[in-house]
Design a protein around this ligand. Structure first.
Ligand SMILES: *[C@@H]1O[C@H](CO)[C@@H](O)[C@H](O)[C@H]1NC(C)=O
Length: 525
């Protein structure tokens, strides 16, 4: 009973708190009316104090209920704040939209700059704070309107009324917190909308419902946490959608299902943990999909099915632990796949079997331990293979078979001690090889001779053991001085030889006392 009373009291208090703040917003211009501000501060402190006191008097078993109610309270606070934003936007003045014959010369009176030729109005970087410039005349036939790089917080819902010929609207780099629902009501020809770098927390479901001509939308670098499922409905012409760098945690099941023209979707740098299995299933024109820098732990089975036009897929910097069977099977036009910095421990030829157009495959910074025979047999056009910073201990002899076009192989920073003597027979086009920062003490005689075209080789940061067997590497270094990239490999030992460049080793310095085993090498030195 006591709890119920407190909660009721709090609700009242919050309503009061909202009321003051709303009254304060009505007082347009002065953001923080003196009395209003103090009252808000008092109300805030009193709320905190009451909550703290209430918490102390509650029995543990009631605590759960309290938390439930706290959640409700939080959402109440939120809706009061939302209401406040709505009210704020209503108080914004609207500029006059001008249909008179002299509209472009009237427009030129400023403060924005107007170009009759291109029918462009630019209010770029005018330090606009609370609203669009009241004195500015906006010609009714404006095509391009630039309001970027100001400090706009709210827009009146009628700001763009009658601008039916508007094609481009740039509102980027402001402080916009809310887009009123009918803001784009008249913008039936709007094609390009820039909203990046604002403070948008959410979008109302109907925001774009009248702007059916939209081709590109950029809402990156805001603070969106969720997206309404209906938000992109009927945007049949949209081909570019950027939602990167927000705080989105979930993708509603059918949010993209109408976007049949979409070619480029950027969802990177959000907090997406899971993808709905059907998330992308209608996107028949997709070329670039960016899901990098999220919190994905797994990919649902079949999530990329039907994306047969996709060319570029970014999945780097997630927490993906394994690749579900056949997850990339429909991506027959994929040329670029980035899986860098995940937690993948196993890869298998079936994972890449149908990627016959793949040129670049990024698998660095994962937990891979082995590269099995024929892993890349499905990717004959592969040119760049990144396997650095894994835990690779073994590469099987036929691991790279089929990679006739491979130009770059980066397998540095792993745990390799040995490579099969004929490993590079299968990669005749290799130009750049990195095997530095592994555990190599030696290389099999002749292994590098297969690399007929190689231009750069990185061998440093291995514990090269400079006994008689190192002389093969020494000879190779002497004969290919311009191919050593970056640093000369150095001996780890034995004894005094530690720290000396491998290239300086001589028969006398390393084979001393090993005559018995030297009969083979002797003739070649
Ligand atoms: C890998 O392929 C090579 C050459 O074809 C073969 O000798 C070797 O046994 C294979 N390794 C495994 C584990 O199948």
């Amino acid at each position: 009973m006591e709890l119920r009373k407190s909660i009721l009291f709090l609700i009242k208090l919050l309503a009061w708190y909202g009321l003051i703040r709303r009254t304060r917003s009505a007082d347009e211009g002065s953001l923080c009316g003196l009395n209003g501000c103090q009252a808000v501060e008092l109300a805030r402190r009193y709320t905190d104090h009451t909550v703290a006191k209430m918490m102390r008097t509650i029995k543990p078993e009631a605590l759960e209920e309290v938390f439930e109610n706290m959640k409700k309270l939080q959402s109440l606070v939120r809706s009061v704040q939302d209401l406040e934003r709505d009210v704020m936007s209503l108080f914004q003045p609207v500029w006059p939209v001008n249909g008179s014959p002299a509209r472009w010369s009237m427009c030129a009176e400023g403060p924005c700059s107007c170009n009759m030729e291109t029918r462009a109005v630019s209010c770029w970087r005018l330090e606009l704070m609370l609203h669009v410039p009241r004195k500015q005349q906006i010609p009714v036939d404006t095509k391009i309107l630039d309001l970027s790089m100001n400090r706009l917080k709210f827009l009146h819902k009628d700001s763009f009324n009658r601008l039916t010929q508007l094609i481009e609207l740039d509102l980027s780099e402001n402080d916009l917190q809310l887009m009123p629902n009918s803001l784009f009501y008249d913008l039936e020809n709007l094609r390009h909308l820039k909203l990046h770098k604002n403070q948008l927390l959410y979008l109302t479901p109907d925001l774009f419902q009248d702007a059916r001509s939209l081709r590109t939308i950029d809402i990156s670098f805001n603070v969106l946490e969720a997206l309404p499922e209906e938000i992109f409905k009927m945007l049949l012409n949209l081909y570019f959608l950027n939602l990167a760098s927000n705080a989105i945690t979930q993708i509603p099941d059918t949010i993209f299902s109408d976007l049949e023209s979409l070619e480029d979707l950027d969802l990177s740098e959000n907090r997406i943990k899971e993808l709905p299995r059907q998330a992308f299933s209608n996107l028949i024109k997709m070329k670039v999909l960016n899901l990098g820098y999220n919190h994905l732990v797994r990919l649902p089975y079949g999530v990329f099915d039907q994306l047969s036009t996709l060319q570029i897929l970014y999945l780097q910097n997630n927490k993906i632990e394994s690749l579900p069977m056949g997850v990339f099977r429909d991506l027959i036009h994929l040329t670029f796949l980035d899986l860098t910095s995940n937690r993948i421990s196993q890869i298998d030829y079936k994972d890449f079997l149908t990627l016959s157009n793949l040129r670049s495959l990024f698998l660095g910074q994962n937990q891979i331990t082995n590269i099995h025979n024929k892993t890349f047999v499905g990717t004959p056009r592969l040119e760049k293979l990144y396997l650095f910073s894994n835990k690779i201990e073994e590469v099987e002899l036929a691991a790279f078979s089929g990679l006739n076009n491979l130009a770059w192989l980066l397998i540095n920073n792993n745990l390799l001690k040995l490579l099969p003597r004929e490993i590079f027979k299968r990669t005749p086009s290799l130009l750049r090889l990195q095997i530095d920062s592994n555990k190599f003490m030696k290389l099999p005689e002749g292994i590098l001779d297969e690399l007929k075209m190689v231009e750069q080789v990185k061998l440093s940061m291995n514990p090269w053991h400079c006994d008689c067997f190192i002389l093969y590497l020494t000879r190779w270094l002497i004969h290919n001085p311009d191919k050593i990239w970056d640093r000369q490999p150095k001996c780890r030992g034995p004894g005094d030889l530690g720290g000396k460049p491998v290239i300086d080793m001589t028969f006398n310095s390393v084979c001393d006392g090993q005559w018995a085993s030297m009969t083979k090498i002797q003739g070649r030195v």
